[in-house]
Design a protein around this ligand. Structure first.
Ligand code: DPP
Ligand code: ZN
Length: 871
């Protein structure tokens, strides 16, 4: 496939100042008339041909300044409309195309979801609606007239503000006209038409603008929009308070649809969401669902400034809007919830998804240098590592300079399509600091490693830390990166506040060379260093440290993230030690004792945090740490053994915690962080109890599933039960399916739980569920819940040594590729760590990948992932 390169960027030869669209919706024959006000771009090549992008388009009529264009004056194909010699002055091109939204299974461009007309245009879906300069640096003012049969689509929504609407006399049709005064790239275009219920709320911005907020959902579910609607209002307020950014239209609409390739989309004034990230009720949504809704609502809203008002010059700059906006939504959630708990969650996500990506064949820089298919670059690296870079920048320059730099970035680049350089320049101008070394974070793939050793000088009462950074995967010529190390020293009884170093600024040491040392003075006794507090840089840290020292950190560190990290490190060492055949029983018992003391101390005062401490590193965390010759079955067994041992040792405490945290009967449900934290700890305790004593665990879990008054507890019980083979599990699964037979999003949880069962029969179970009436290959949520959970969250069964798991994933990818290549390609990323498997599994994975790549008629999306995975 042709490769697009960052170095080849040049400005568009033409600009489109205004777009007037007239969209007459029809299930199979939608008519789109686009009037484009085009002019030569002074920054482009004079006299260049006009080449408008298309994808699967059918041209019906074409006129220039109102006159039909002679056939000799243009060339047309489904993928392009070319005027070899366009006028060298401003002109109007009128293009009519016809579409079949019902047949659009790619869910890009205009399509129908459960009968609702909707659009998805990022990254390049607008060219499936009309011929256009479909690139993010062409900004236009849009006016959109939408027309449809009134009974079929009583709600008609577009970008911007509504300026007119009415019936069309003598017909059963109606229309509305929307105008968006803010110039925008085509990828932010959206429209919706359908039968939808809504919930609304008023909001007044800090600038005094009255805004109507609305969330649209499928009929009958309006009350499930309440939490999302409240999250919109909280996001708007927060962005005013924390970043000084106000909303800029009279309406802000969110629409939930059930068939959606991604999580959600930030179209100007008309966010379109996967309904999974909007609909919530205590009966159907877990605490994790509520938190995700809050975060994604905020994310899409925050794009209004970081993405829409300032967009990307080209798709290589994707992290400019995504990394920054993830950082902003993380900060929002941290302010809404517990900062430490949220930070731990962010790092868990980064380590689970981005670290393996960065260590495998799909690794790429945060700002890629080339791509064959841009839709494959909406990755953990661009999003999550991109957010970590923004966070490091703030750590390096301090909060105050960071806010000033953000203000400058917004004001200097408002209304433009910018680059990473524009972003960094704003902070350079604000601080007078040269950030060219820091910019290296965007340039090369790979997770840096930092080796640290500590040296205490008893006579001088000094403590020296030696740091050495390396950059695996970044290439031999890679320069060092600038690494902010937030750190402190802990003694046997607590923080060593008297220890100081002139090399520290606000507790941060900047490691910007391959090697460097830092010396503390006034250190009364050999300390334990607390390094990379708050996970101050996205690196792997190698430091030899005794379990006892780590447990000192668990007890005394003032940094919540590092207290959690200490317990994780001990648990990981015990499990990897067991895998190497070391005797770890005594270590496990010491760990259990420390956990017991920790629970006695803090469990009831911070249950959410305690739940995270009790959740041991995942199987994928361990695989990532081991890094080569991975045997997922051995990892699973080691992890199960440690959980059982801890569960046994802590049994009395875990039961006591479950009792202490039980909700009083009849207490109303609240999704707030404190209530969610209590449920989380209660369920973490159940999980360990069941690991130690399956019979007791099954009884408790079964009772919880039967008596739960909310989805969090019901699902937690069912998840615990799912690990315990037998009749009670099957009965509980059957009862759950019956209870939620008409709730697709809840059945997704049911699909996922079964797909994650770590037993030999799971491949057959998943195959059986693919034939379940509630399953549909046309719906991305169903595919992700069943096959995605299997491939991405069931390490032992996906990686079965006989290749049966790979075969299941391969067949699904190939079947899905014919209708929805984007979702098929995403599923394929499950193969991203295949080279790190032990030889037998590695060979099986490789032959599955070769089979995919050899399939005729593969989409560009899947061919790109398969090719790079093998490359
Ligand atoms: N731009 C979208 C987002 O918010 C893509 N799904 O991440
Ligand atoms: Zn985004």
């Amino acid at each position: 496939p042709p490769t697009v390169r960052l170095e080849d960027y040049r400005p568009s030869d033409h600009l489109i100042d205004r777009v007037e669209l007239d969209v007459r919706l029809d299930p199979h024959d939608t008519r789109v008339t686009a009037r484009l006000a085009i002019r030569p771009n002074p920054a482009g090549r004079a006299g260049a041909a006009l080449v408008l992008d298309g994808d699967d388009l059918r041209l019906v009529a074409l006129a220039l300044d109102g006159e039909p264009l002679a056939p000799a004056a243009f060339r047309v194909a489904p993928s392009a409309l070319t005027l070899p010699e366009p006028p060298q002055r401003p002109f109007t091109l009128t293009i009519e195309t016809r579409l079949d939204p019902t047949a659009n299974t790619k869910l890009m461009g205009l399509y129908r979801s459960n009968g609702v007309y909707c659009t998805q245009c990022e990254a390049d879906g607008f060219r499936r609606i009309t011929y256009f300069l479909d690139r993010p640096d062409v900004l236009s003012v849009y006016t959109t007239r939408i027309e449809a049969e009134a009974a079929q689509a009583p709600v008609l929504l577009g970008n911007g503000n509504i300026i007119e609407s009415g019936r069309i006399e003598g017909t059963d049709r109606h229309f509305s006209i929307w105008h968006d005064p803010h110039p925008k790239p085509a990828y932010l275009f959206a429209l919706v038409g359908g039968r939808l219920d809504r919930m609304t709320a008023p909001f007044t911005t800090m600038e005094g603008r009255a805004v109507e907020l609305a969330v649209y959902v499928e009929p009958g579910k309006a009350e499930r929009a309440a939490y999302a609607l409240d999250a919109v209002a909280r996001s708007m307020k927060w962005d005013e308070e924390v970043f000084g950014r106000a909303y800029d239209l009279d309406v802000f609409n969110v629409v939930a649809v059930s068939d959606f390739n991604m999580g959600a989309m930030e179209n100007k004034g008309l966010n379109i969401f996967n309904d999974k990230y909007v609909l919530a009720s205590p009966e159907t949504a877990t605490d994790a669902d509520y938190a995700a809704i809050e975060a994604i609502i905020a994310h899409e809203y925050f794009h209004n400034w970081s993405g829409n008002r300032i967009t990307c010059r080209d798709w290589f700059q994707l992290c400019l809007k995504e990394g920054l906006t993830v950082f902003r939504d993380q900060e929002f959630s941290s302010d809404m919830r517990s900062r430490d708990v949220h930070r731990i969650g962010e790092v868990r996500t980064l380590r689970a998804r981005q670290f393996p990506e960065d260590a495998g064949p799909l690794a790429h820089p945060v700002r890629p240098k080339l791509y064959a298919e841009i839709n494959n670059f909406y990755t953990a690296t661009v999003y999550e590592k991109g957010a970590e870079i923004v966070r490091m920048l703030r750590t390096l320059i301090g909060e105050r300079a960071f806010r000033a730099g953000m203000d400058r970035y917004f004001s200097e680049n408002d209304g433009t399509a910018a680059t990473v350089e524009h972003f960094l320049k704003a902070f350079e101008a604000e601080t007078g600091r040269d950030l060219s070394d820091f910019a290296e974070w965007y340039e090369r793939p790979g997770t840096p490693r930092v080796a640290v050793s500590g040296h205490y000088d008893e006579a001088r009462k000094t403590y020296r830390l030696d740091f050495r950074q390396t950059r695996p995967g970044a290439g031999a010529d890679a320069p060092p990166v600038v690494i902010p190390v937030r750190l402190g020293l802990i003694g046997a009884e607590g923080p060593l506040d008297g220890a100081t170093s002139p090399q520290l600024e606000d507790g941060v040491f900047v490691l910007d060379a391959p090697e460097a040392s830092l010396t503390f003075e006034n250190v009364p006794a050999a300390p334990v260093p607390s390094l990379f507090r708050g996970f101050s840089a996205p690196v792997r840290v190698d430091m030899a440290m005794d379990d006892a020292d780590r447990l000192t950190l668990l007890r005394h560190d003032t940094d919540g993230f590092n207290r959690w990290e200490a317990a994780q490190r001990v648990a990981a060492r015990l499990m990897t030690g067991a895998l190497r055949g070391e005797a770890t029983e005594a270590g496990a018992d010491a760990f259990a004792a420390a956990l017991g003391a920790f629970l006695d101390d803090r469990a009831l005062s911070d249950p959410a945090f305690a739940a995270l401490v009790l959740a041991l590193p995942s199987e994928s965390d361990l695989a990532d740490e081991i890094g080569a010759e991975i045997d997922p079955d051995a990892i699973f067994s080691a992890r199960r053994a440690l959980r059982a041992r801890l569960g046994t040792a802590l049994s009395a405490r875990l039961h006591a915690l479950r009792d202490a945290l039980a909700e009083p009967a009849g207490a109303p449900f609240s999704p707030d962080a404190a209530s969610a934290g209590r449920r989380a700890l209660r369920n973490a305790a159940l999980d360990l109890i069941a690991a130690a004593d399956p019979i007791q665990g099954a009884a408790l879990a079964g009772a919880q599933v039967a008596s739960a008054t909310n989805m969090t507890d019901r699902l937690a019980g069912l998840s615990t039960l799912a690990l315990l083979p037998g009749e009670p599990r099957e009965a509980a699964l059957a009862a759950f399916a019956e209870r939620y037979a008409h709730e697709p999003l809840v059945l997704d949880k049911w699909f996922a739980i079964q797909a994650m069962i770590p037993e030999d029969g799971t491949v057959e179970r998943v195959r059986g569920l693919q034939a379940h009436p509630a399953f549909a290959m046309t719906n991305p949520n169903r595919v992700r819940s069943l096959v995605g959970s299997f491939a991405l969250a069931n390490p032992t069964q996906f990686n079965r040594a006989d290749g049966a798991g790979f075969a299941l994933a391969t067949e699904t990818v190939l079947a899905l590729d014919r209708t929805n290549p984007q979702v098929a390609a995403r599923l394929m990323t499950a193969f991203g760590s295949w080279r790190r498997l032990e030889p037998q599994r590695r060979a099986a994975a490789e032959s599955a990948l070769r089979r995919i790549l050899a399939t005729p008629g593969l989409s560009r999306d899947v061919a790109d992932i398969a090719g790079r995975s093998l490359g």
